[in-house]
Design a protein around this ligand. Structure first.
Ligand code: F6R
Length: 366
C-alpha cells in the first residue's frame, strides 16, 4: 500500500507531480484559454463583487491560505484576510453579506473550520470550500466548492494536500483576474501554460532528494532551526518549520526574512541551521543581504535557490536548486525540499514519521 516507499509521507511527497496534475486535469485548458471550475463559474458574481475574501483554515491548510492571500491580491486584486479558524470563530468578527469566505481543509472535518463556516453563513456570507475528502462535513456545509484531487493522504504530516490546495486557489485567482480584466489574454495564456508545466518541475525538484538526505545527516541532531522566506515564500517558511517540528520534534520557527532583525537574529550562532528560501524572482537581493547577516553571525545556511544561482552558492553552506518559475508558482517548488528535509531528519532521529506523537490526522474536536 506504500507502493515501495518506506513511509506514506515519502510516497505522498513523491505523488505531488501526479496530485497537482490531477487537480488541474479537466479544469485547466490552455489551448482554449480557459479554466473550468463549476463552483466558480456559477458564483463568479459573488466573488467579483466581494468586499473581501476571508480565508479560514488551520495548520498546513492555513499556510496554503497565506500563499493564496499573495496570489489573490497580486493577481485578482481582491483584498484577502487569512484567519486561524479557531481565532476567527470566537472573536466576534465583522462579517457581511458581501464577504466571501473560503474554508480550506484537507480532511473536511476540522471542528474549528466547520464552526467558522457556520458563523459566516449565519451572517450571510457566501462560503466556498477547498477540501480533499469528497463528501466531508465541510464539503457538505459550504455553498459551493472545488476539490483538490490529491488522493487519500495517510501520513499525518500534510504534504500533497498543501500543494494541491495552492493549485486550486491559484486557478481560482487566475480565473477571477481574467474575468476582472486584470490579465490580458496573452498573460492569462502564459500563466495557464506555466501552471500546466509545474508537475514536471516538481518532478525535477524531487531529484534533489539524495542531496537533501546528505544535508539532513549534518543537521539531524540540531535542537533548533529557523526558516526564512519573503513574499510568496514566507508562508513556505512557516510550512517548512511546521513540518520539521511535527515529525522530528526539533523546535523550528518560520519568519518573514526581514523580521529577523526584529528579534530572531539574536538566536543565531554556529549551532543554528537557517533554511532560507532565496529564489531569483522574490526580493532576491534583500534575501541575499539577510543571508549575509546570518553568515556574519556564523549561522549555518541551507538555501533553496533558483537553478544556476551563483551569488548564494558563495555564501551558503548548502544550496538546493529548484527550476525557474514565476514568483507566484515558486511555493509549489520550494516546499518540496523542505518536506524532504523534515522527512529525512525525522527518519534519522528514529521518529514515527507517519504517526507523530500527540497528533491526529483530522482534528474533529476543538
Ligand atoms: C500539518 C497538518 C495539520 C493540518 C490541520 C488542518 O501537517 O496536517 O496542521 O493541516 O490540522 O487539517 P485540515 O486541512 O484537514 O483541516
Amino acid at each position: 500500500e506504500k507502493g515501495g516507499y518506506e513511509h506514506f509521507m515519502l510516497k505522498e511527497i513523491y505523488e505531488q507531480p501526479r496530485a497537482i496534475h490531477d487537480t488541474f486535469r479537466g479544469r485547466l485548458r490552455p489551448d482554449q484559454g480557459i479554466i473550468k471550475m463549476a463552483g466558480i463559474d456559477q458564483n463568479s458574481e459573488r466573488f467579483l463583487n466581494a468586499n473581501r475574501i476571508i480565508i479560514v483554515a488551520c495548520g498546513t491548510s492555513w499556510h496554503a491560505g497565506l500563499v493564496a492571500e499573495y496570489i489573490f491580491e497580486d493577481m485578482a486584486r481582491i483584498p484577502v484576510e487569512v484567519e486561524y479558524a479557531s481565532e476567527f470563530r470566537y472573536r466576534n468578527p465583522v462579517i457581511t453579506e458581501n464577504d466571501v469566505l473560503i474554508a480550506i481543509s484537507q480532511s473536511g472535518e476540522t471542528a474549528d473550520t466547520l464552526a467558522a463556516i457556520k458563523l459566516a453563513k449565519e451572517n450571510g456570507a457566501f462560503v466556498f470550500g477547498v477540501c480533499n475528502v469528497v463528501g466531508s462535513s465541510i464539503a457538505r456545509e459550504t455553498d459551493a466548492g472545488a476539490y483538490t484531487h490529491a488522493g487519500p493522504e495517510i501520513g499525518v504530516a500534510s504534504t500533497k494536500a498543501f500543494t494541491t490546495q495552492i493549485t486550486v486557489l491559484m486557478m481560482i485567482a487566475m480565473k477571477l483576474a481574467k474575468e476582472k480584466g486584470v490579465f490580458s489574454e496573452s498573460k492569462y495564456h502564459e500563466l495557464l501554460t506555466e501552471l500546466e508545466g509545474i508537475p514536471q518541475k516538481v518532478e525535477r525538484t524531487l531529484e534533489t532528494n539524495p542531496l537533501i538526505e546528505k544535508i539532513s545527516e549534518v543537521y539531524k541532531d540540531s535542537s533548533n532551526c529557523l526558516y526564512l522566506g519573503r513574499g510568496y515564500n514566507f508562508p513556505v517558511a512557516l510550512e517548512g518549520a511546521l513540518k520539521l517540528k511535527e515529525i522530528s520534534y526539533i523546535h523550528a520557527e518560520g519568519y518573514p526574512a526581514a523580521e529577523m532583525k526584529h528579534g530572531p537574529i539574536a538566536l543565531i550562532d554556529e549551532q543554528m541551521p537557517v533554511v532560507v528560501i532565496a529564489t531569483r524572482k522574490g526580493h532576491y537581493e534583500k534575501v541575499v543581504s539577510n543571508i549575509q547577516e546570518i553568515k556574519s553571525r556564523k549561522g549555518k545556511i541551507i538555501a533553496v535557490v533558483t537553478e544556476g544561482d551563483n551569488t548564494v552558492k558563495e555564501l551558503a553552506d548548502h544550496v538546493v536548486e529548484v527550476p525557474e518559475a514565476s514568483e507566484s508558482m515558486t511555493p509549489l517548488l520550494t516546499t518540496i525540499p523542505l518536506q524532504l528535509l523534515s522527512y529525512h531528519i525525522a527518519v534519522m532521529r528514529g521518529c514515527n514519521v507517519d504517526q507523530p506523537r500527540n497528533l491526529a490526522k483530522s482534528v474533529t474536536v476543538e
